[in-house]
Design a protein around this ligand. Structure first.
Ligand code: DC
Length: 237
């Protein structure tokens, strides 16, 4: 783990929170507004899962899945305001969001060796600052020394409502109660995971987004980042 002696010009911004709290949207838009790199760490776990599924590897085989994680090339880049994900040179932006990947990601995200490999890569992306990273363990494990740590929350009902609206917009007619149950299940899984579980860093600022618009949410976070930038400019190192 890196010490606090790192002297960055721009902050590392760590955004954690439960499913449906608006992490991805907020992180992406804050990064865009401030000209920072956006790091979607969930996309990296999804890419390794896709690779393992395609290779026909037993997902419970920790060593083999970790070997794939070590050898694959994952590239994240922004294109017209959207994040594109490349796996070994192929654009897998849509493929990593498939229900099959979602169903199979559990053992990959719980694989300690995969986490070591991906956490090391995430740290190397963020070394120089100017990055907004989003996930479940960013403020606690990946960047414990991040200058800005935010824990986004929203009531389970609000998060279920957002997910339900998203599904409606995509043409999926799912009963609201079903989406609510799924959110509750994800919450329970997220906090009880053996490694990389969802925990609020003690020094994270909790931001409850219930009732906030996306714009309000993004502006609140962007302002915290600007404050950190001002503090860092005044600091000598
Ligand atoms: O944020 P998402 O839905 O794309 O995340 C996909 C999965 O990866 C989810 O099961 C949680 C897991 N994940 C993780 O274990 N650690 C992270 N830093 C980010 C995501």
């Amino acid at each position: 783990m890196r010490g606090r002696s790192v002297c960055r010009k721009r902050p590392v911004v760590a955004i954690d929170g439960p499913a449906g709290s608006g992490k991805s949207t907020t992180a992406r838009l804050v990064a865009e507004r401030l000209g920072y790199i956006y790091l979607d760490t969930g996309a990296m776990y999804r890419a390794v899962t896709l690779k393992a599924l395609r290779a026909g590897v037993d997902l419970q085989d920790e060593a083999e899945v970790a070997r794939l994680a070590e050898t694959c090339a994952i590239r994240l880049h922004q294109e017209n305001g959207a994040l594109r994900v490349e796996l070994d040179g192929e654009d897998v932006t849509e493929a990593i969001r498939s229900p099959e990947v979602g169903r199979n990601i559990g053992p990959v995200a719980d694989n300690v060796r995969v986490r070591q490999v991906l956490v090391a890569r995430q740290r190397s992306f963020g070394e120089g600052g100017g990055i907004v990273a989003e996930g479940r363990d960013i403020g606690t494990v990946v960047f414990p020394d991040a200058e800005v740590k935010i824990f986004l929350t929203a009531s389970p009902e609000e998060r279920a409502r957002r997910r339900w609206r998203e599904l409606q917009a995509k043409g999926f007619q799912v009963p609201f109660e079903e989406v609510e149950k799924e959110i509750q299940k994800r919450d329970a899984e997220d906090v009880s995971r053996p490694v990389g579980g969802l925990r609020r860093a003690p020094d994270a600022i909790e931001l409850d987004t219930t009732g906030l618009t996306v714009e309000e949410q993004v502006e609140k976070v962007a302002e915290l980042v600007r404050e950190a930038e001002r503090r860092m400019r005044q600091r000598e190192c």
